[in-house]
Design a protein around this ligand. Structure first.
Ligand SMILES: Cc1ncc(COP(=O)(O)O)c(C=O)c1O
Length: 353
């Protein structure tokens, strides 16, 4: 079947580029002590998680308990929820899930540690824990060495929790276009992290794991040899936002759309924010250039295009953000150019709880 037979909007994955991205990540990590623990949120497909494990990933990262359940359900044995879980019923469920896989969660609060210890005790499981260190993104985590030491000591004293180490995710650096700025800030953070790891060691609380990093910092993290796990997600599919960086990954993911209106100065396609994530920016249309793109629910308006296509023409759009786009589809068509060669289920679509 060819892609012109698909009902649009449809999500397409160019198989050759996808496979090159897998190989490029393997190459980045081959001489490094850094292990890949890829982020599930970027594709949400159990079948792709299995491929990543087969490619050598140490386990999977995910954002949500429901994503962790989906991963465990397909046999993934080592799962990190790179977030704090604070809702009482989710803690109970997470503690049970730790009986089905090696589950790691992030902590930044003493009362949350106590709640997990109680739930793991009741479930009769052991839960691995990372203390989250706030390294400049201003999201979760504690910002001082003293706070990290106190949380690590509290974890070490819990019979059902295991202090594994630190999560330090510097998401504010990932998309910096200037490679020197990205490298400089990564190096500054590494100085802070080395001091933190030394203090933990001196306190008798060695961190076996240092987890974080992204597509944009993968090469830097592999070269510096400080982190033990890389949580990169977008590298497999890529998007219009990451495209502007000098990275060894290509755009494998596109949204196939159809032109529904074409007038001088304005072309409209049948994909909009309900089929293409715009939280990091507008999509990049292929084969047509527009001076401005305006998004509405079911349309992208391409203003002042360099050509006027016919109504009905198919246009591929590189999404502004791959992760939020994938969550809008039940399936991804794997393609070789114009030919559909496979279909992958987005098993964790909507798993945002
Ligand atoms: C905690 C965490 N780790 C890793 C990533 C993966 O980043 P990327 O998709 O940029 O590789 C993200 C992305 O938001 C994240 O929030």
């Amino acid at each position: 079947m060819t892609i012109d037979r698909l009902t649009t909007p449809a999500l397409l994955l160019e198989e050759s580029v996808f496979n090159r991205n897998r190989a490029a990540m393997t190459e980045i990590l081959q001489d490094s002590t850094l292990k890949l623990r890829p982020h599930y949120k970027s594709h949400k497909c159990a079948a792709i998680a299995k491929m990543q494990i087969a490619d050598g990933a140490a386990g999977m990262t995910c954002a949500k308990l429901s994503e962790a359940e989906d991963l465990a359900d397909c046999g993934i044995e080592d799962i990190l929820i790179a977030n704090q879980i604070t809702d009482p019923w989710k803690i109970r469920r997470g503690a049970q899930l730790a009986g089905d896989c090696r589950l790691t969660v992030c902590m930044d609060d003493p009362a949350n540690i106590d709640a997990w210890e109680k739930a793991a005790g009741e479930a009769g499981t052991m839960v691995h824990c990372l203390v989250e260190y706030e390294i400049g993104m201003r999201r979760c985590g504690v910002g001082t060495t003293e706070e990290v030491l106190a949380l690590a000591a509290r974890l070490a004293a819990c019979p059902h929790l295991i202090f594994d180490g630190i999560q330090a995710y510097a998401g504010h650096i990932s998309h910096m276009e200037d490679p020197a700025e990205r490298a400089g800030l990564t190096a500054e953070n590494s100085i802070k992290l080395r001091l933190l790891l030394d203090r933990l060691m001196e306190a008798g609380l060695p961190a076996r794991t240092l987890s974080g990093g992204s597509t944009g910092t993968a090469q830097l993290k592999a070269a510096e040899g400080l982190y033990t796990e890389l949580q990169a997600g977008s590298y497999l599919f890529m998007d219009a936002t990451y495209r502007t960086l000098d990275l060894p990954f290509g755009n494998a993911l596109t949204v196939l759309s159809t032109v529904v209106s074409a007038k001088p100065g304005l072309v409209v396609v049948d994909a909009g924010v309900k089929s293409c994530g715009v939280d990091q920016g507008m999509p990049l249309p292929l084969g047509i250039t527009a001076e401005e793109i305006v998004a509405s629910e079911e349309h992208f308006q391409l203003h002042r295009p360099d050509r006027i296509p016919s109504v009905g023409e198919k246009i591929r759009l590189i999404p502004g953000h791959c992760c939020s786009t994938v969550n809008l589809y039940d399936k991804i068509y794997v393609v070789d150019g114009e030919k559909v060669v496979d279909r992958i289920a987005v098993t964790a679509r909507g798993c945002c709880r």
